[in-house]
Design a protein around this ligand. Structure first.
Ligand SMILES: [Zn+2]
Length: 302
């Protein structure tokens, strides 16, 4: 299990939006403390190392959305135990990346039923290479794989809520799901939403830049007053998501003409089409030049 994490940790961890110098030196899981934040009645967010974890607690037990890097599992368990003494029954993975699925093996062995889109199981069961980051991952152990998979949507009726997870067309990867607590008005978007930051488009996992805009539109349509848990960054409002969505549209509208005019990704980067946006959005996991390069690659694929 540990073998999956160390290779990837130094790069993906930067997405947690820790201070850049710390991220550049790589993570130190021992030192990471999990921060617990209440989002709604019975719904919490755990932020440690890796993607934000959504937690639903109530009479039916504990339900997690994502489970961070594998070495974080003991701390995740402790943070969950502080919220509820009920058993952990379900985990839903928003996508396959190991900073969101690392806890699957231990928590699955302990009895949690893992649910995800079909392509999450497919990618976790086979060798993966995230080209943009130069990171390879071997197949996950059988116990880490989702037991229940869906191709479109699935709804869990738990803790007094109807929690729908629905797949969206390729964006961050080809197996992304948005999770909507219909009654509580809480949404977990996984890495379709990097709050306040340029997102990472994982083209080698079947991702597509334009899919992020469509995914943001789907989430914005879920209702007023929704609180939105991003994969990385602080819990946001619809206004935060709208600002992010508008940024993505601006990015597309500036980069696409350059790509259509025949510029290579390197030439698009050299044109600095997002120079005025970088100060606000370019301080997260995706640095401006890498982001523009990936967007140009994505928009050039037809
Ligand atoms: Zn991811």
């Amino acid at each position: 299990m540990r073998s999956r994490a160390p290779l990837a940790a130094p790069v993906l961890l930067a997405a947690v939006a820790f201070a850049a110098p710390a991220a550049a030196q790589g993570p130190d899981f021992e030192k990471v403390q999990i921060k617990t934040e209440k989002v709604a009645e019975g719904i919490w967010v755990l932020a440690g190392a890796g993607g934000n974890i959504g937690v639903s607690v109530g009479a039916d037990g504990v339900f997690l959305i994502d489970d961070e890097w594998a070495p974080m599992t003991p701390k995740v368990k402790a943070a969950v135990a502080a919220l509820s003494d009920r058993p952990l029954r379900f985990i839903l993975n928003t996508h396959w990346h190991p900073d969101h699925t690392g806890g699957n093996k231990d928590l699955g062995e302990a009895g949690a039923l893992i649910v995800a889109h079909d392509n999450v199981r497919l990618r976790l069961s086979t060798d993966q290479f995230i080209e943009a980051l130069g990171m390879k991952f071997p197949p996950a152990p059988a116990r880490a794989l989702p037991v229940v998979t869906f191709n479109d949507a699935v709804t869990l009726h738990l803790n007094g809520d109807d929690v729908e997870a629905f797949h969206v067309p390729p964006a961050h990867t080809d197996g992304d799901a948005i999770v909507h607590f219909r009654r509580a008005g809480v949404v977990h978007m996984g890495d379709l939403f990097f709050n306040g930051m340029y997102p990472f488009v994982d083209l080698s996992s079947g991702g597509s830049f334009e899919g992020f805009i469509a995914a943001a539109d789907r989430a914005l349509a879920l209702g007023e007053g929704t609180r939105i848990i991003p994969g990385h960054g602080p819990v946001g409002t619809r206004a935060d998501l709208r600002a992010y969505r508008d940024m993505l549209v601006t990015v597309r509208d500036r980069v696409k003409p350059l790509v259509q005019a025949g510029k290579t990704p390197a030439e698009v980067v050299a044109a600095h089409p997002l120079a005025d946006l970088d100060a606000k959005w370019g301080n997260g996991f995706m640095k401006p030049e890498k982001f523009v390069e990936i967007v140009a690659q994505s928009l050039g694929r037809r």
